[in-house]
Structure formats: structure tokens, C-alpha cells
Design a protein around this ligand. Structure first.
Ligand code: ADP
Length: 501
């Protein structure tokens, strides 16, 4: 496995990362109140990529003030829904025009292949903004017939309004930095909220560049504020802030629980999109020509750094060897390298910490008796690479089967009786996604009903669409993002009741 690091960088990106990036507060680009900066790293080399202003409590406080003013008294609240929609659409157009540039930023900051960032991350973000732009004019209440028993003869006109929830704190992870910013910002802006966005400390660059496009599109100052910084400082301050009406978080289940505690102070609304350990079930009657590559991409897409990665592979016994060997063969063909190299299929993990975490899980698996059919090690002599790995000889109670690894590691296990597979698939604290591969449509839909997961894919995996709600059962989260479901997370209902006779 050779790891080549391609030197050429998009010129605008080279310029963007050349000087320390500031934070966006109230429409202006400012340094941190403390004056501090922090580095982000190129995970393909381990070298410093850029310096970024390090937001902390005081910066969060300023950003929340700006968002509060913009919500309470700025032009944003006086705009029509159509004007809001047009601004979001304009942002989508600008983002689309800068696809190449954002592809580079994501690849350099996160490690993912440039081609994938350009083909998936950026277009999905563009689509999400366009989809949400359309919703801005379609957020409606109801009229409600009343039958009040204690005012006989009286008549009422009663209706509901769907109002924006207010100032929203949004805390996002590093695995899809731009796309997660879009998932969060799109519905907040469509519903008329104002935002303080805190990108992950590992990958703040695309959110900062997006902030520039937000201002270029013409959003009023203070509507979107972007404060990069660390989770324990800036993130915690945002989650606990008494003037934030709602916090929306995507990240680990462990931090999700901290967010819930922090939000309790002012009982702000909370939505959470958390971890997963998603079962991917292949039956012997599946079309194995699609199930095998589909199962490989279920785990190896984005280097396994997907909360919905198909990380538990269950295969019916009579086709187990064929499927698992097929997934292992696909893993052997994956070319690891710098995301900028067009030959690369899989880049590095996002950080040294993440690489060490994944390698720690591999060691734990081996010490409990698992074997690697392929992979099983750190890759390369620099950068944060881990080999795509298929673990066999795994048992339900092993740590590698129970816990989210968040890396390119799948655990494979056979099953004999189709009846046994539902409880095994559901045997997890998580419930984000699941997949079933079979030609039997009755079985597929019975499984879809029985699997306790927010998304069930049948004969496909990792299919995302702005119109399709996404979120978790059990400890995988609260609420649904995307689709029209997400509008519920950013609005609250007001009942208005008028006596008319
Ligand atoms: P990971 O462990 O995969 O890095 P995290 O859940 O720690 O994922 O991070 C997701 C986001 O949550 C990041 O933006 C991070 O800065 C933020 N974060 C981490 N810890 C906290 C915290 N205590 N309070 C608020 N946000 C946090």
C-alpha cells in the first residue's frame, strides 16, 4: 500500500488557509476575544493545515447576543417567507458554483477523497439547501373546530401558528463537515430561526467558508454566526447558554448525554443525532452481486466514519463464506492514500486520536479472539491511515460487536435461523440504521417493521436524500433531520383562540 500525497491544492483554497481564519459574529469576521488560535491538521500528512480563531465562552456569548438581536429585532423577522426561501436558494447556487473549492477544503481538512467530496458531500449540501428553501413558504398551521363544553352557544375561531423556535445553537461533527452544517442550517433558516453554529475542532474550515457565502448571499447580520472552538469550551458554553432556545447536536452518544444535561438549565429544546452500530443483514436469497459490494460500501464509505455505517454484518450461514470473502476482497482492492490523489479510494481517518481509537478497538477484538480476514492494522508511515478491516470469529458480547468503532472495521457473523436474526440485529443500545438484502419482498418489509432503527435500507445502503427523514431510535438520538419532519424541530406551535359570537 503506497500512500502518495499529491502537492497541488486549489489556488483559492491555498489562499483561504494561508492566514488564520476568523470567526463570524454579527456579520463581521473577528478574532477570538482571547486572541487565541488553534491548528487544524491535514490527516494525510499529520502536518498543520490552517490556524483558526479559538472561540470560547465569551465569543459564544457575543454570538448568542447577535443571534438574539437578529431574531428579536432584525430585518430577518420582517422578511417574507418567500424572501427567506430565495436567500437559501441563492446560498445553494453559490455553494454549487464553488463545488471544486469546497471539495478541496473537505478533502484537506477531513481526509476524504476529493472526488467523493465533490460528488457526494457538496451536491448533497446544495440539494438540502434547495429542498429547505422550498419549505420556507409552506410552513402552515391549522384551523381547529372547538366544542368547549362550559361556554354553551359561544363560537370561536381557533387556529395554530408554526413559529420559529428562536435562537438555535448547532454543534456538528467532523465526518461530513459541510453536509452536517447544511443539515443544521437549512431547516433553521427555512423556519426563520437564527443560529450560532459550532463546527468540530478537527474540521472547521468548510463551515467558515460557508459563512462567507452566507454573507455574500445577503443574509442579514447575526442570522448565522459561526464560532469554531473546542467542544469542552465553546460547545459546552453554547449548549448551556441561557439565551439559546434550542440546541441541535450531531456527534457521539456520550457527548449527546452531556448536551442534555447542559440544556437542562433553561430547558432549551434539544435534538440529537448520535452514534450507531447498524446491522446489515444478508439473506441467502439476496442478489449477492449487489449485496457484496453494497455491504463493503456500507462499512467502508467515508472510511467507516458514518454514524449509520453498516458495522455489524450478519450473513445467512449457507452464503456466509462467499459474502464475507467477497467483502474482504473488496477491502483488499481499496487503494488508500491522500484524498487529493485521484487514484485514492479511501483517505486517512480524521485525526491521530481517531486512528488510535480505532486501533485500540482492533487490539481489543484480537484479545477477545476475533481474527482479521483482511486489514487489522494502522496503515502507512505517516498520516492517520487504518486498513479496511473485516473481523471474523466475533461474538455478540465482544466490545467490537457492541460499541461504535467509527472506522473502517466491520464485524461479520453468520446466522442459521432467519427467526433469530431480528433479536440479534436489535441487540444494541443504538438504533440509527439497518439494512436487509433479500429478493423476498415480504420478508424484507417484515424485517423493516421489526428492526428498531430510524432508517431501514432494503437492497441498498447509505442512500440519503434531503426529503428522507434521518434520525435514531434508542440511544441514537432524538428527533428527525431532513424531510418535512425536521421542521418540527425548529418550530413551535402556538394556539390562537378568538371568541367570535
Ligand atoms: P467525536 O468523539 O467523534 O469527536 P464528539 O461527539 O466529541 O465526536 O464531537 C462532536 C461535536 O461535539 C464537536 O463539534 C465537538 O467539539 C462537540 N463537543 C464535544 N464535547 C462537547 C461538550 N462537552 N459540549 C458540547 N459540545 C461538545
Amino acid at each position: 500500500m503506497g500512500i502518495a500525497v499529491s502537492p497541488q491544492i486549489h489556488p483559492q483554497v491555498a489562499e483561504f488557509i494561508d492566514k488564520p481564519r476568523k470567526m463570524l459574529i454579527n456579520g463581521r469576521w473577528v478574532n477570538a476575544a482571547s486572541g487565541k488560535i488553534f491548528p487544524t491538521y491535514n490527516p494525510a500528512t499529520g502536518e498543520v493545515l490552517a490556524q483558526v480563531a479559538e472561540g470560547d465562552r465569551e465569543d459564544i456569548d457575543q454570538a448568542v447576543k447577535a443571534a438574539r438581536n437578529a431574531f428579536d429585532s432584525g430585518p430577518w423577522r420582517r422578511m417574507t417567507a418567500s424572501e427567506r426561501g430565495r436567500l437559501i436558494w441563492k446560498l445553494a447556487d453559490l455553494l454549487e458554483q464553488h463545488t471544486e473549492e469546497f471539495g478541496y477544503i473537505e478533502s484537506l481538512d477531513n481526509g476524504k477523497p476529493l472526488n467523493i467530496a465533490k460528488a457526494a458531500d457538496v451536491p448533497l449540501a446544495v440539494d438540502l439547501f434547495r429542498y429547505m428553501a422550498g419549505w420556507a413558504t409552506k410552513i402552515e398551521g391549522n384551523t381547529i373546530p372547538l366544542s368547549v363544553p362550559y361556554t354553551p352557544g359561544a363560537k370561536y375561531l381557533a387556529y395554530t401558528l408554526r413559529e420559529p423556535v428562536g435562537v438555535v445553537g448547532q454543534i456538528i461533527p467532523w465526518n461530513f463537515p459541510l453536509l452536517m452544517a447544511a443539515w443544521k442550517l437549512g431547516p433553521a433558516l427555512a423556519t426563520g430561526c437564527t443560529v450560532v453554529l459550532k463546527p468540530a475542532e478537527q474540521t472547521p474550515l468548510s463551515a467558515l467558508r460557508l459563512g462567507e457565502l452566507i454573507m455574500e448571499a445577503g443574509f442579514p447580520e447575526g442570522v448565522v454566526n459561526v464560532v469554531p472552538g473546542y467542544g469542552e469550551t465553546a460547545g459546552a458554553a453554547l449548549a448551556a447558554h441561557p439565551d439559546v432556545d434550542k440546541v441541535a447536536f450531531t456527534g457521539s452518544t456520550e457527548v449527546g448525554k452531556l448536551i442534555v444535561h447542559a440544556a437542562a438549565g433553561n430547558l432549551k429544546k434539544v435534538s440529537l443525532e448520535l452514534g450507531g452500530k447498524s446491522p446489515n443483514v444478508v439473506f441467502k436469497d439476496a442478489d449477492l452481486e449487489t449485496a457484496i459490494p453494497g455491504s463493503a460500501s456500507a462499512i467502508f464509505f467515508n472510511h467507516g466514519q458514518c454514524c449509520c455505517a453498516g458495522s455489524r454484518l450478519y450473513v445467512e450461514k449457507s452464503v456466509y463464506d462467499q459474502v464475507v470473502e467477497g467483502v474482504a476482497e473488496a477491502a483488499r482492492k481499496i487503494k488508500i492514500g491522500s484524498g487529493l490523489d485521484p487514484e485514492t479510494h479511501m483517505g486517512p481517518l480524521v485525526s491521530e486520536e481517531q486512528m488510535n481509537r480505532v486501533c485500540g478497538y482492533l487490539e481489543s477484538g484480537f484479545s477477545e479472539g476475533a481474527k482479521a480476514l483482511v486489514g487489522g492494522h494502522k496503515g502507512g508511515d505517516r498520516g492517520y491511515f487504518v486498513e479496511p478491516t473485516v473481523l471474523v470469529n466475533t461474538k455478540e458480547n465482544m466490545k467490537v460487536v457492541q460499541e461504535e468503532i467509527f472506522g473502517p472495521v466491520v464485524v461479520a457473523m453468520p446466522f442459521t435461523d432467519p427467526e433469530e436474526i431480528v433479536p440479534r440485529a436489535n441487540n444494541s443500545d443504538y438504533g440509527l440504521a439497518a439494512a436487509v438484502w433479500t429478493r423476498d419482498i415480504g420478508k424484507a418489509h417484515r424485517m423493516a417493521e421489526q428492526l428498531r432503527a430510524g432508517t431501514v435500507w432494503i437492497n441498498c445502503y447509505n442512500i440519503f436524500d434531503a426529503a428522507l427523514p434521518f434520525g435514531g431510535y434508542k440511544q441514537s438520538g432524538w428527533g428527525r433531520e431532513m424531510g418535512h419532519d425536521v421542521l418540527n424541530l425548529y418550530t413551535q406551535t402556538k394556539a390562537v383562540c378568538t371568541r367570535i359570537a
